[in-house]
Write a protein that binds this ligand. Structure first.
Ligand code: CA
Length: 229
């Protein structure tokens, strides 16, 4: 799976509701991981590393509120946007939902179109390249809709893997990515690729980026991985 397909973790205990929502999310181009209760949700977050979580409030075992609280307490999962979904519509519940750190709150019955728009809004914040945004870093411009990359106005030819590598780097300039993280993000979690393959493609990316001059913006962080800038 390409990195351009964001993963949604869908936490809902009602199978019928879960499947309707999963169907709609998949139709919108998302990869959907499903959890049926709160404890499973916590486990799946680690396994699937979702880009966003849709979390039902009323769940068996662990409530959605408690799941959200735990995720927002942990540094590894704090950044993942959570949209709480609830049948409760009173203002007090909405406030409580947001107080636990949820990034947005949707009341059942919701419009699927509106929910999809809210999912995109959250993703635009954390993974802009997945929603057709233009990313810029210094003189490099990456258009994720047309797949064009330019540097100092000159078009660069990148292979699909180098393109995904660059968009991953450009989403978070300065962030250090380990080879394993890049493998997950760029090649997908289900594919076995040797970590040295990452080095090969980073090498190709560097060559492409410096073809028309300019310094190499990709930094090798010894013992850790790679970063942009
Ligand atoms: Ca429920």
């Amino acid at each position: 799976m390409s990195s351009e397909q964001p993963t949604v973790l869908l936490v809902e205990d009602e199978p019928a509701q879960r499947e309707v929502l999963a169907y709609n999310l998949e139709a919108e181009g998302f990869r959907v991981a499903r959890a049926g209760d709160g404890e499973e949700a916590i486990m799946m977050v680690e396994e699937e590393q979702p880009d966003i979580i849709l979390l039902d409030w009323m769940l068996p075992n662990l409530s959605g509120i408690e799941v959200c609280r735990r995720l927002k307490m942990r540094p590894e999962t704090r950044q993942v946007p959570v949209i709480m979904i609830s049948a409760r519509s009173e203002e007090v519940d909405r406030v409580r939902g947001l107080e636990t750190g949820a990034d947005d709150y949707v009341v059942k019955p919701y419009s699927v179109v509106e929910l999809m728009a809210r999912v995109r809004t959250q993703l635009r914040r954390v993974r802009p390249s997945t929603v057709g945004e233009r990313l810029e870093y210094q003189d490099i411009v990456l258009d994720s809709e047309t797949h064009r990359v330019t540097r100092d106005g000159k078009e660069l030819k990148l292979g699909p893997t180098e393109f995904r590598l660059l968009s991953t780097f450009m989403e978070k300039p300065g962030r250090v990515w380990s080879r394993e993280q890049l493998l997950d993000r760029v090649w997908g979690r289900d594919i076995y690729v040797d970590t040295r393959t990452v080095d090969v493609h980073v090498g190709r990316l560097r060559k492409a980026l410096t073809r028309h001059g300019g310094s190499d913006p990709v930094r090798t962080v010894r013992g850790a991985g790679y970063a942009l800038g």
